[in-house]
Design a protein around this ligand. Structure first.
Ligand code: C2E
Ligand code: SIN
Ligand code: SIN
Ligand code: FE
Ligand code: FE
Length: 377
């Protein structure tokens, strides 16, 4: 969601020498190429200084209500920590404050002839600044920072054309900064959301284990094994988080199955089977309401389909069955067979593996059991 870029102001472009115009275009595309804020700021200030053939410059940006020195040319020595300005300190820097407050450039052709605050004097003397131009970075009329450029040693007037050039640059910088910040916010909130989602799902899966009388952590192990197998079989890396969530929730549809059936200590009757076989469809109905889980539906909805078409709920066959569900089916059956169930004791590992091999090409996609055997041993 990049911020819309407006073409540079036509009047400015018309009076601008070709060389400057092409530099501006280069700056603008260099800025557009990065979404990393420190890189954007450093590129911006280096370009601004070189376009105007000056010696030094800096960019301040607002972070919350702190004004923060984002980049300088030449780069600041790390020990110079002057420059995180609290809002109440802004009055100690009246020229920055003026650019901020009025949204207009502030021009100091010769710093030796103007009144400076003590704080300004420290910086100006440390950097040997003789002339300075402060250009606010304006986004929708609000200052989000300041571009400062300057000459060292010699006093210097900035003509109207140069000021306009700086405003154009400032505009490009503003967009690049806003883009980088927006990008950072989106990435951060996505990561936070994912973490919150996954914590929620793990909580749900613990509840499901309690209901199923599973041992704690069992579902997580099944999930880890499924992820490992999926990676080995070549499921794309960006799909794996969805596969994991699907595996965590694979039997969530059993929430809709009454205890009398779920915990029955013996074989199910035909009517009871009819109800038990609804659990994938329950899962689909339940999860389809939750946007971020829609890409994770394959396993909960299709984990009881069989390669030869004899599974449920839809009787899908072969590659019609989504790959994550084909992978998960092997893990699920192995795990079910080697666990105690209300209706039988756990099988031995060897017996269970024999069963998996025997079902290859019947229940299971023939490519999965060999990879599973590798993973499990
Ligand atoms: P589950 O216990 O998680 O079993 C998952 C799958 O593992 C089963 O899907 C089946 O493919 C395989 N599996 C599990 N136990 C055995 C077994 O003893 N022998 C063989 N050959 N395969 C086994 P399926 O059959 O569609 O069953 C789905 C769910 O229905 C089971 O999940 C379990 O909750 C329930 N269920 C299945 N059979 C019985 C039963 O005889 N009594 C009761 N009370 N529930 C049953
Ligand atoms: C469930 O929570 O799995 C059941 C939801 C439903 O009945 O649709
Ligand atoms: C479960 O039943 O809740 C977890 C794994 C399995 O189906 O065996
Ligand atoms: Fe199931
Ligand atoms: Fe299961």
């Amino acid at each position: 969601m990049p911020i819309k870029r407006y073409p540079p102001d036509i009047n400015i472009a018309r009076q601008m020498p070709a060389e400057e115009l092409s530099t501006l275009l280069k700056v603008s595309s260099a800025l557009a190429a990065s979404l990393d804020l420190p890189t954007v700021l450093q590129t911006a200030i280096d370009s601004a200084v070189s376009v105007l053939r000056l010696e030094t410059g800096a960019i301040y940006t607002l972070e919350g209500d702190l004004l923060f020195l984002g980049a300088t040319t030449p780069p600041l020595k790390p020990e110079l920590e002057w420059l995180r300005l609290q809002p109440e300190q802004l009055s100690n820097h009246p020229h920055i404050a003026a650019a901020f407050a009025n949204g207009r450039p502030v021009h100091l052709p010769d710093t030796t002839t103007v009144q400076l605050s003590p704080e300004e004097r420290i910086i100006i003397e440390a950097r040997n600044l003789r002339s300075m131009l402060f250009i606010p970075l304006l986004l929708e009329g609000k200052a989000i920072g300041t571009l400062i450029i300057g000459s060292t040693s010699k006093a210097r007037e900035y003509n109207q054309h140069e000021v306009e050039l700086c405003r154009t640059l400032a505009f490009q910088i503003t967009l690049a900064v806003a883009n980088a910040k927006l990008y950072r916010t989106v990435i951060l909130s996505n990561e936070e959301l994912s973490r919150a989602y996954d914590a929620t799902l793990e909580g749900w899966s613990l509840v499901l284990e309690l209901r199923d009388q599973e041992t704690q952590g069992h579902t997580l192990r099944v999930t880890d094994l499924t992820e490992e197998l999926a990676r080995k079989i070549g499921v794309p890396e960006e799909t794996l988080p969805h596969v994991r969530r699907g595996a965590l929730l694979h039997d969530i549809g059993k929430m809709g199955i009454p205890d009398t059936i779920l915990k029955k200590p013996g074989p199910l009757t035909e009517d009871e089977w009819t109800i038990m076989r609804l659990h994938p469809e329950y899962a689909r109905q339940f999860l389809a309401h939750i946007d971020y889980l829609i890409p994770s539906l394959d396993i909960p909805y299709c984990h009881h389909e069989k390669w030869d078409g004899s599974g449920y709920p839809r009787g899908l066959k072969g590659n019609e069955i989504p790959l994550p569900a084909r992978i998960f089916a092997v893990v699920d059956v192995f795990d079910a067979l080697t666990s105690d169930r209300p209706y039988r004791k756990a099988w031995g590992k060897k017996e269970a593996l024999n069963y998996i091999c025997e079902q290859t090409g019947k229940h299971f996609d023939p490519q999965i059991p060999p990879a599973f055997l590798e993973s499990i041993s």
